[in-house]
Design a protein around this ligand. Sequence first.
Ligand code: UD1
Ligand code: CA
Length: 425
Amino acid sequence: MKLKSIILAAGKGTRMKSETPKVLHKIMGKSILGYVLDNIKNFSDEAFIIIGHQAEEVEEFVKSNYAAYKTVLQTPQLGTGHAVSVVCPYLENYSGQVIILCGDTPLIKEKTLQNLLDYHNQTNSDITVLSAIFENPANYGRIIRGHDNSIKYIVEEKDATTEEKSVKEVNAGIYCVNWEKIKPAFSQLKTNNAQGEYYLTDIVKWGKSRNLKVSAYTLENNEEIYGINSRENLANATKIMNNRKLRELMENGVTITDPTSTWISEDTEIGQDTIIYPSTYLEGKNKIGKNCKIGPFTHFRGEVEVADNVKIGNFVEVKKSKIGPNTNAGHLSYIGDSELGSNINIGAGTITANFNPINNVKSKTILKDNVKIGSNSVLVAPVTVEEGANVAAGTIITKDIKAWALAITRAPIRIIENWVKKVSK
Ligand code: UD1
Ligand code: CA
């Protein structure tokens, strides 16, 4: 059976200094919250996203991108414990596990959540906290263990004694709980702490006093719980995520000529022996085949599917398009909302004019196999160029072209002999 998830995302992202809710800021084309929600997809059939600050925007985002998941409003925001308590009415009769995580930690891996869950099950725990060891644990809640090494409680930095502050094991803010056992805690949490909040972390002490089993699963790589509170954090998280992705691609047989200038989103798949040249930026969800050459200076904006042996070169931007095998677009082009077959050559400077700004309609360009597009052509969509047709350089295509035809729109060339000499007298 799949379990339930609760994602805390009601807090104020003050330090972002932004009109956009913190969790909707993007990392390579995908929102912070999107990363968290994609990570739980495989083991959660139901998720509750706790919203508060800028609730309308976050709700709208969830509705249009993760329709299976619910948003639950928390107003006012009285702390992490209070945030989870607002879900209680929805899970009154649920008995099973719940994973609780934060909406602002996009680097957490699905594998880690799975490990946390496995550990929870293997140890027969009622509460399992994801913990991490930090040399400098400032600002995190500390995990306080007894002489027998069992967890006694979690103390927030603001409430901690000097001795408690010296503990290096911290609460990563991600938990797995047996809901039916923990549920009663949410009506019993108190606010007698430095911040006057209902602390979720107090479920540990509550559980211990009722002989529930509390465990901690320790994170191997602290990067995963890097939280985003500022624009600097956002930039750092982007870098961490990118490095992780590039490493993974190289391990799988993709050449990244210059990892320091290459950006590839987590959701981009790339086949073996493809070479990614410097200054390439691939954002959103893309799929690239084997033996391709991408870049230098290529930009994919998402929903791009590229078959094997394709060459996409310098200053080529591609969005929401499919490109067949052995097709080349080597230089200075825009390919948007297009379907390109195989063995196509796209001449330098070719543009698919996909957008009509008068009525805001976007239309498709379809190029069938073996089409050759001459340099500096404009394909005004919607338009289809049938198999093998040839479009002459500098042509503006405004209607469908039949198979194996030549399409040419060009004023006849005039040559006026000795014109320069005459005018420069
Ligand atoms: C929390 C933990 C701390 C842990 C740290 C890890 C508590 C009391 N403390 O502290 O032990 O080390 O996370 O990052 O839980 N939120 C709501 N509603 C609220 C309050 C918060 O939805 O009323 C959300 C925030 O948007 C955020 C998350 O909960 O996504 C965590 O809240 P935050 O205030 O950042 O907790 P920390 O003080 O960092
Ligand atoms: Ca706080």
